[in-house]
Design a protein around this ligand. Sequence first.
Ligand SMILES: O=C(O)CCC(=O)N[C@@H](CCC(=O)O)C(=O)O
Ligand SMILES: [Zn+2]
Length: 331
Amino acid sequence: MQDFLQQTLSGEAPHQRRGETAHLRWQWLYHGILILEPTEPVNQALVLSAGIHGNETAPVEIVSQLVNALLRGEKPLRQRLLVILGNPSALRTGKRYVRYDINRLFGGRWQQIDDCDEARRVLRLEQTLETFWQQGACDESRWHLDMHTAIRGSWHTQFGVMPHSERPWPPEFLDWLAAAGLEALVFHRAPGGTFTHFSCEHFGAASCTLELGKALPFGENDLSQFRAAQQALAALLYGEPMPAATASPRHYRVVQQITRLSEHFTLHMSPDTLNFTAFPQGTLLAEEGDKRYYVQQAREYVLFPNPHVATGLRAGLMLIEEGEQTQALPR
Ligand SMILES: O=C(O)CCC(=O)N[C@@H](CCC(=O)O)C(=O)O
Ligand SMILES: [Zn+2]
C-alpha cells in the first residue's frame, strides 16, 4: 500500500493486505484501520487515531505522513501501533459526520441509535481496540492519542482533552503532551461517549483527545504550526529525539456541560466567541424554556460552544482553571 489516506478515501480494499519492511510487519484490517508491529519485541502499544470527524483534516494528513514513512520502510517502529482513520465516509464528504457524531457513541452508546453506518463503525472500532490490547503482553503500556481540530478559533490553539479517570495520569504521558506543544489540558470530570473515554475506561489506556488548530479542508492546512506535535509523534513511533517542552500546559477542569435538548435552545454567545473565552460569575450562557445556564464560579471559560448540535448532545463545556480561586454562586 502506497498511501494509507488515499487508500482509505478510495473506499477500496488494497490489493495487498499485509506486508513487511526491514523493521516491521503491517496488516490492513479494514477501511481506515491498519496495524503495524515491530520485528523487535517492544513493551508499548499505541492507538493513533484521527478523522473521527470528517472535516478535521490536519491530523489526518499528519498521521498519514507518519504511517506512509513506516510503510515505505524509511523508519523503524518502537511501538505496537494501531492506526485508525475514524470515519472514512465523513472524510470523503468533508463533513463532521454523515448521520451521527461517532465521538458520542463509544462505550456501547451506539446501541441507543438507529442502525446506521456510523453505529456499525463504532462497534468495529470498539472490537478492534479490544483485540489490539488483548494481543499485547500484560505489562505493555497502553496509550491512545485521538487527534482532532476545533471548529472555532481558540485562545489556546493546541490543547488536549483528558477523559475522566480515577487513576493518576502517568507522568511520562503528561510530559509527552507538553513536549507535543499543547498549551492547555482540559480534564473531564464525568464519563462520556468519546473514543478516548472508551480506551481509558475499558482498557486502562492513558488517552487524550488532541485538538490541533482549526478545522480546514484537505490541502488547506499549514502543518508547520504543528511541528512540535509531529516531532513528538516521530519520537514516539520512530525513536527520534523528543522536542523540548517550551512551557507547561495550563490545566482546566470541566465544571458544567451545556446540553441542547430541543429546538428552543439558545446559546448567548456570538459565533466569533473563541474557545477558552472567560465569562464572569452570573453571566447567562444559554437557555431553553425554564432551564438557564449561568456562570457559577468566579470565572469560567467556554469550550466547544455549538448551538447547532443534534438534540441531546453537548452544546458547550464550561471550565475553570486549576489553581484559580473559585467561589460558586449560592443556589
Ligand atoms: O470544536 C468543536 O466544537 C469540537 C471539536 C471536537 O471534535 N472535539 C472533541 C472533543 C472530545 C472530548 O471531549 O474529548 C469532540 O467534541 O468530540
Ligand atoms: Zn473532532
